[in-house]
Design a protein around this ligand. Structure first.
Ligand SMILES: [Zn+2]
Length: 477
């Protein structure tokens, strides 16, 4: 057994059930798990210093659980700032997203996952839910293994081709994106879960992930959830992601998207719905009663004009007991994999929009970014809070950085004042992945150099051109 002591931390945000904040506290890590956590004097009384292989000073540091990103697209990582910021969700997905994803091969996806992993670690994110690979999710697992982060991936799947193939799409691309039937998609997804779930030393999990919305049939939506249940994993997809989608749903099914999911038996506690912005009042109860989780992506809402504050019902979901986690979405959708930015937005957007400063207090924003993310990912028995018995996935901030001085209240400071700039150390399973501005597991400079070259090649293959590729669509309308 190897045992590490993080000694005399100024503060620990445990994010346990009581949101306990410890001061002058120590954490003992044994074989990747938190063995003990508590006041420094108690820990010093329980352990002899010789019991530790490594002792890290916690002076001038705050420890908290690593952030959990409940909605990310690793495949999109090398598209940063490629798509224009004048499109709504549907044009974004159908005109730009689809051709980009079709141009990404499995080596690109491996490299994208490594680069995304680095960006997440540098932003304090230690676990993520990826929408899934366009090619082989085994390559994503390979990247998870190599970089040391924790995450869930899958095979991105859809089964409903549009009636008319739009300009910019090729027949090859359509075959690549769409399985011939819901059954064929579910068979492929089952194979992925059986091959890849619980790999990379338990840090990688594989779910039954589908794209969601119009490109997926009702059979695939409902089938994904029941297959996930049978396999003991989760499923995630986009739904109720824009008002335009809600209108199309009303036209096709006579009801809005969440009600439609309820009607076809697709809601349940093993489903994470990304966005869930276009909701009618009574649909909040459908999510709460079924235990369905939501990944709120405020950064995407701001860039793609989803209307989180105009039509979103996130405060109502929180009040109704729905688990609302936070997601960064892809780098073209929202711009970064900085979950601290989403936490800040989640805390502030509704206070402002509704003239109500009591909405989403700092404690709640922290929970959304940590334990509620873990709950959405069905992983809260192991991560999401700092408690004895849980995995040692934690991050340390430098309280001597100017953005923490002075620190009268660490809870408010982490939400409203701190940025990843003052992040000093990131651990997963007790292993240091980032320390003193250096990624420990990989040659970051060489990787980013290769990424820049590869990114240009993907754009050339995708055929996407600003000024030429359309920024509006009526596809699936
Ligand atoms: Zn997404």
């Amino acid at each position: 057994m190897t045992r590490t002591l993080i000694d005399r931390l100024d503060y620990v945000l445990t994010v346990n059930d009581g949101d306990t904040v410890l001061s002058d506290a120590s954490i003992v890590i044994a074989d990747g798990r938190i063995e003990a956590i508590g006041p420094a004097t108690d820990i010093a009384g329980r352990y002899d210093k010789s019991a530790f292989d490594t002792v890290l000073s916690g002076r001038g540091r705050l420890a908290m659980p690593g952030f959990v990103d409940a909605h990310v697209h690793l495949s999109e990582q090398l598209s940063r700032s490629l798509f224009p910021d004048c499109m709504n969700t549907r044009a974004w997905v159908f005109n730009w997203g689809k051709p980009y994803y079709a141009a990404v091969d499995e080596d690109d996806e491996y490299l994208s996952a490594l680069v995304a992993g680095i960006e997440m670690i540098r932003n304090g994110t230690t676990c993520f839910l990826d929408m899934g690979a366009q090619n082989d999710p085994a390559r994503v697992v390979e990247a998870i293994d190599e970089i040391g982060i924790r995450g869930i991936t899958g095979r991105h799947a859809a089964d409903r081709r549009p009636d008319v193939i739009p300009d910019g799409w090729t027949a090859e691309m359509v075959d690549h994106h769409f399985f011939p039937s819901a059954d064929a998609a579910l068979t492929a997804l089952r194979d992925c879960v059986e091959a890849l779930n619980n790999s990379a030393g338990g840090r990688a999990r594989c779910w039954v992930n589908i794209e969601g919305k119009e490109p997926c049939s009702p059979e695939l939506h409902a089938g994904a959830r029941s297959l996930a249940e049978e396999l003991g994993v989760g499923t995630t997809y986009h739904n109720a992601s824009s008002i335009e989608e809600a209108r199309v749903s009303e036209k096709n099914y006579g009801v809005w998207p969440i009600t439609h999911l309820a009607e076809i038996g697709a809601l349940g506690p093993n489903l994470v719905i990304a966005h869930a912005v276009a909701l009618q009042e009574q649909e909040v109860a459908l999510l709460a009663d079924s235990g369905t989780k939501v990944a709120f992506c405020p950064g995407t809402s701001l860039k793609v004009a989803k209307g989180a504050t105009k039509i979103g019902r996130y405060p109502e979901m929180l009040a109704a007991g729905v688990t609302v986690a936070l997601g960064c979405d892809g780098t073209s959708a929202a711009g970064s994999l900085n979950l601290m930015r989403q936490m800040y937005l989640a805390a502030g957007l509704f206070k402002d929009a509704r003239l109500d400063p009591t909405l989403v207090p700092a404690e709640q924003a922290i929970r959304m970014a940590t334990i509620d993310g873990a709950r959405a990912l069905l992983w809260d028995d192991e991560i999401g809070s700092l408690e004895a018995g849980k995995r040692a996935d934690l991050i340390l901030f430098d309280l001597t950085d100017v953005e923490w001085v002075p620190c009268h209240d660490p809870v408010q400071a982490v939400v409203y004042s701190a940025t990843p700039r003052s992040l000093r150390t990131v651990m997963v399973d007790g292993k240091v992945l980032f320390d003193d501005n250096k990624i420990a597991t990989i040659d970051e400079a060489a990787l980013l150099k290769e990424a820049a070259v590869r990114a240009k090649a993907i754009v050339a293959r995708s055929g996407l051109v600003r000024g030429k590729t359309p920024v509006t669509t009526t596809l699936y309308d």
